[in-house]
Design a protein around this ligand. Structure first.
Ligand SMILES: [Zn+2]
Ligand SMILES: [Zn+2]
Length: 255
């Protein structure tokens, strides 16, 4: 009898196969592993990421082009996200950067994120951000589940929020708590899947006396793929703050 068939070869995740992860501690670029005299990211990689910012937006719901990432009015139909900002286009470099930041042993992750957010902020005009600044607004990070947070010791959405807050003077309020990590659950019916999605997040108690006069709530996430996590995060806010305008900011959006 062949006993090895059930265990099979062990599949190592792609991000752990990349050789420069351990080397990142020793004055190397956090992306390509090149030796650096100073700084945290080599200029080629940095330019590659910064260049990867398109001025052309897309609708959050249908993915078709739209001005400033605003949602089309015909796409909204009781949906909540009016639009948002996507910092960097999704490409090989951006993908690798996010993986290294989330799972790799990169030095000074907060400094790297802060640096990139500043570069992005000063590169273009951001009419949406200007309009948020002119009204009472808050940034809300779409927080990781605490088991993942403890393992990583670093939360990318929260770090992005803090950088944006220091640039825009819009306060960050960690209002959302995650009940459990979101992941695809196969074998559930459509109704169960919806229920599963809408119970992922809950509101923290502190939000109730901090948001009474807020006009805009901006959810901040790292990678948006289908938009399911943002939709789940919007759910408790929709119930508690039905009149607040909901927006999003994400580091990158996978197409
Ligand atoms: Zn590089
Ligand atoms: Zn649309």
């Amino acid at each position: 009898m062949f006993l090895g068939c059930l265990s099979g070869p062990r599949v190592i995740p792609e991000h752990l196969r990349q050789p420069m992860l351990l080397a990142n501690f020793f004055n190397r670029s956090c992306l390509c592993g090149r030796h650096l005299k100073s700084g945290l990211i080599c200029s080629d990689c940095l330019n590659g990421i910064i260049k990867n910012t398109s001025k052309f937006g897309r609708c959050f719901y249908c993915g078709r082009p739209s001005v400033h990432n605003l949602s089309h009015s015909h796409c909204l139909n009781r949906r909540r996200f009016l639009g948002g900002e996507v910092m960097f286009d999704y490409g090989q470099l951006t993908k690798r950067l996010v993986i290294n930041l989330k799972y790799g042993l990169v030095r000074n992750k907060i400094t790297v994120v802060d640096f990139l957010v500043k570069k992005w902020f000063h590169k273009h005009n951001h009419p949406l951000i200007s309009s948020w600044r002119s009204q009472p607004s808050i940034f809300i990070p779409v927080a990781s589940h605490k088991t993942r947070l403890n393992w990583r010791g670093f939360d990318l959405p929260t770090t992005i929020c803090q950088s944006l807050s220091s640039l825009t003077k819009i306060p960050t309020i960690p209002a959302l708590k995650r009940n459990r990590p979101t992941r695809l659950r196969l074998g559930l019916s459509r109704k169960q899947r919806f229920k599963n999605l809408f119970t992922v997040f809950r509101l923290g108690t502190e939000i109730k006396h901090q948001v009474s006069r807020v006009n805009n709530a901006i959810l901040v996430d790292d990678v948006v793929t289908t938009g399911a996590t943002l939709t789940a995060a919007a759910w408790p806010l929709t119930r508690f703050l039905p009149y607040v305008k909901l927006w999003f900011v994400c580091f990158t959006r996978q197409s």
